[in-house]
Design a protein around this ligand. Structure first.
Ligand SMILES: [Zn+2]
Length: 140
């Protein structure tokens, strides 16, 4: 099931559930979709973040796995585009940057729990993000 936020030509907004996107198109084309406020059948979908969220909504609401993995993919893409992959050398590189040994830059890589402890003790801030399954299975 998919929930769409719809709006009629009188600017009334309402929500409707459909079997799938095609069901929405079919019902709209046949004029079966009517505004619960004024009865107008000239309604259209409102593209919104809420609608996207509802599209994936499971028992656990918006925290469903599909939403999370999509969010993670976006974060990972941003991180990937803005950082240099230093792999296992992450801790050493982060320490060098921290002490001004090398020029500051955004890096990403992997750490061991021991290295993370050292980084924390040195007061180096880093963020850990899980690599999305889709990407990790490609061997990155
Ligand atoms: Zn209306």
């Amino acid at each position: 099931m998919i929930a769409f936020d719809l709006r009629c030509d009188q600017d009334h907004t309402f929500e409707a559930w459909f079997q799938d996107g095609q069901a929405y198109e079919t019902q709209r084309e046949k004029g079966l979709l009517t505004c619960p406020v004024c009865g107008s059948n000239r309604v259209k979908k409102i593209p919104s973040a809420v609608a996207v969220c509802k599209r994936y909504m499971g028992k656990d609401g918006c925290t469903s796995k599909a939403v999370l993995s999509e969010v993670l993919n976006n974060i990972y893409t941003i991180v990937k585009e803005n950082t240099e992959d230093v792999g296992a050398a992450f801790a050493q590189e982060a320490l060098k940057i921290h002490y001004g040994v090398i020029e500051s830059r955004n890096i990403r890589g992997v750490t061991t729990p021991d290295e993370e402890k050292i980084l924390k003790e040195e007061g180096i801030s880093f963020m850990k993000i899980p690599i999305p399954e889709k990407i990790s299975t490609k061997g990155h």
